[in-house]
Design a protein around this ligand. Structure first.
Ligand SMILES: [Zn+2]
Length: 100
């Protein structure tokens, strides 16, 4: 199972792909992803069995494209998202924003 970058079409093993996730946005239920190859930044939603790509719209995130990842699971925490696939898991923390 390889997961593509939608910008440069490089394909990544799950460990490489999910290790590139950062900053879980709990409000919009999104993680940021930076392509290790081309540096493209994308926001995506981790869903059971798939990844959702789309656009923020009126304070929501509408999923337009889906990439199937059979067996993908997710668990939302207070300041993190836990992603698991087969026996591996990744934790994406929420970046705590300082209030000026
Ligand atoms: Zn890329």
């Amino acid at each position: 199972m390889l997961i593509p970058c939608l910008a440069c079409e490089s394909r990544f093993k799950p460990d490489e792909y999910f290790s590139a996730c950062s900053d879980y946005n709990r409000g919009l239920d999104l993680v940021s992803w930076t392509c290790p190859r081309c540096g493209n930044r994308d926001d995506l939603r981790v869903l059971p069995g798939e990844l959702g790509f789309g656009y923020p719209h009126r304070g929501r995130f509408d999923v337009h494209d889906r990439v199937r990842v059979p067996g993908l699971r997710r668990q939302r925490g207070d300041l993190r998202l836990d992603i698991s696939l087969d026996r591996a898991s990744w934790r994406v923390p929420t970046r705590v924003r300082q209030v000026a």
